[in-house]
Design a binder for this molecule. Sequence first.
Ligand SMILES: *Cc1c(COP(=O)(O)O)cnc(C)c1O
Length: 396
Amino acid sequence: MRIYVDNAATTKMSPTAINAMLPYMSETYGNPSSLHSVGQAANEALADARSRVAGVLGCDAREIIFTSGGSEADNQAILSAARLGERRGKRHIISTAFEHHAVLHTLQKLEKEGFSVTLLDVHENGLVTAEQVADVIREDTCLVTIMYANNEIGTIQPIAEIGALCRQRGVLFHTDAVQAVGHLPINVREQNIDLLSFSGHKFRGPKGVGVLYARRGVALTNVIEGGAQEWGKRAGTENIPAIMGMAAALEEASAHRSESGKRLSVLRDRLIEGLSQIPHSAVNGDTRSRLPGNVNFCFEGIEGESLLLLLDDKGICASSGSACTSGSLDPSHVLLAIGRPHEVAHGSLRLSLGEENTAEEVEYIIAAVTEVVAYLRSISPVWRELESGRKEFMLK
Ligand SMILES: *Cc1c(COP(=O)(O)O)cnc(C)c1O
């Protein structure tokens, strides 16, 4: 038995998406830049995928750039806004402390170039407000970049309000919508979004393909130089099979979004309720303004990594929500940003539900996590100190 609850890391591809890719690996294998018929067939497919993606976002096909994924789109969005800003003497950027590293590391690079970056504090509930942005906007602010939904704790930011504020103040607004697209309502015009990034593999499409939406009039800076593909803004022969798979997955996810969201939020709420019974535990992030499939907990007195390994033995594939894969023992920057102390942040667990998860699986997960947490505590020196009162509990 295997229960996969790590859909925020990546999803299993949908059969629709796989089938949409296949013809572009066999019959329609051309290079869209070729003038002959084989190339032109691929070019027509590319144009079709572009207008379908634009249809879902509520923008024009001309405003869509296909990239290698969410990370590349984030990099290009931020670097482009920075270059536009500095030409007008504006070198201040606003973001938050709990962005994805594709955003945070790009901002660090710009700081080394002399940009000044304000990272907003995130409230304990995992939310930032438009007022917080308004308080720090300056004359020289060129970009506000704030994620739509957080990848670790699933909290949903007030994107439309922030977008309206930025538009009114004449500041470009970028949102990393990698966790949101296919899962939450989106309309770049209504939400006043200038730049938006997303990735195919977070909504049952293929890996290694993504989108940068750039509002008409927002000039992009190339991250990859070479040929004239993607309006001259992103060189390299287009990955037609992946683009076709992503477009199909996006339409499918959007069509089932509301029904699927309802089903997943019931499973999510049951998981939160069940895991809350574990003593000295706490859910991370607001429970209402939250992705339908996201559950994130801290359990005091244990190590998240040990929990993951023992859950894997029980057939459960989950995540600690932090970037521990890189071999670092640092706790998640997201959990620290919402004010969890280091010790508590170490004992975290992210369960991100997807299309294939069932109510029976949820009950199995609750029982398994309860058992494994109790076991790990029984062998934990930290837990002994907490229980004996030599150390104080931080979670109720
Ligand atoms: C997964 C993810 C990314 C990176 O996307 P890739 O396509 O894997 O490069 C960026 N931001 C968020 C919020 C993500 O969840």
